[in-house]
Design a protein around this ligand. Structure first.
Ligand code: NAG
Ligand code: NAG
Length: 323
């Protein structure tokens, strides 16, 4: 009995400690990967967009590299005239029709004076992006949300933008199709909220698998780990809720509402991976659904510029994403 019990405890312990696979190996430039957005062009070239450098563009012949830096997507800065227009954050890319739409945030750290802009290209390449500026999603001090960290989701031909960071956490608004502006008359509604503490939730990413819409997000502190590392467990981790609708009623694995602080952890610090977040999900033609994100490799360094690009395959067979 005793050995059976310790065997059960041992396997529980093993399951909780060794639950996460390490990221797939990455070659070429795997740093400069904060808040990555991943997309594959029809010719098989992968593109990665990331925070900083006026949205850095890297490309590679495969998802795992070798990645090469190509330049800035918006080299002259955003047309949106706010502080941060030359330091663009948190890109998201989607193809609608034959055009690629690149969404980005204009803000400054810890400020609610923020806006989400969009640029378009027909090829994803550097020097092909046209900045269209404001989408109409914006915030200022006193708003319920902070208008950064956009993610565009296509539910058939109906397009939604998910966004938000701290304050009232995650919001959603319907967009026009094509998604250059908020849909006429649409209003933003809350889809996830952590009522306690400093509401440390951001980086929404909605993904459909089977009959469910999975809302992924990052919880905790994202940045500055080299100078101001948070208490253990307060660093970034990736969580999820799901719903049978794209527009709300997201719950976690225990049935707790995402709008009331629910969230099931998909990936958190483990082994030499620290603070994974800023994630997205991509359906790769050869690997199926993959979770991509940035993380600190504790063997290398904790600075924001050292954040690395991570990819794990996702197993949805239980109805919940497992990496
Ligand atoms: C950036 O600004 C320069 C100088 O005004 C202009 O020649 C160039 O076309 C601009 N580039 C983009 C991508 O808008
Ligand atoms: C997915 O996870 C299930 C257990 O939930 C396992 O049986 C199955 O082999 C996994 N699939 C792959 C491709 O690893």
């Amino acid at each position: 009995m005793r050995s059976l019990l310790s065997g059960v405890l041992l396997s529980l312990w093993t399951a909780s400690v060794d639950a996460y696979a390490n990221p797939l190996s990455c070659s070429g430039t795997c740093t400069n990967a904060h808040d990555p957005a991943l997309i594959r062009r029809d010719d098989g070239t992968y593109f990665r967009f990331s925070t900083g450098g006026k949205i850095a563009i890297h490309s590679a012949p495969s998802m795992t590299g070798p990645w090469t830096y190509r330049g800035a997507a918006i080299p002259n800065g955003s047309k949106i005239d706010k502080k941060g227009k030359d330091d663009l954050w948190a890109p998201d890319v989607i193809k609608v029709g034959s055009t690629y739409y690149l969404f980005y945030s204009v803000s400054s750290f810890g400020s609610q004076d923020s806006a989400i802009g969009v640029a378009t290209s027909s090829s994803l390449d550097v020097n092909t992006w046209t900045d269209l500026g404001a989408t109409g999603v914006a915030s200022s001090s006193g708003k319920a949300y902070n208008a950064i960290d956009s993610n565009i989701f296509a539910d058939g031909s109906t397009l939604y933008m998910n966004f938000g960071s701290f304050w009232g956490d995650l919001y959603q608004v319907q967009m026009q199709n094509p998604p250059t502006k908020v849909a006429s008359g649409a209003s933003s509604k809350n889809i996830a909220y952590i009522p306690s503490g400093d509401h440390a939730q951001e980086a929404a990413f909605l993904y459909k698998n089977g009959n469910y819409y999975y809302l992924f997000f990052s919880v905790g502190k994202c940045c500055g780990y080299d100078t101001n590392r948070p208490a253990a467990g307060q660093e970034y981790k990736i969580q999820v809720c799901r719903s049978s609708s794209a527009t709300g009623n997201f719950v976690d694995k225990n049935g707790k509402k995402c709008a009331e602080g629910g969230g099931t952890t998909v990936l958190e610090s483990h082994d030499w991976v620290y603070g994974p977040g800023g994630q997205g999900v991509y359906t790769d033609p050869s690997n199926g659904p993959v979770l991509y994100y940035h993380y600190v490799d504790t063997r290398v360094g904790y600075a924001d510029g050292q954040k690395r690009f991570g990819i794990n395959k996702i197993n949805f067979s239980s109805g919940w994403p497992v990496v």
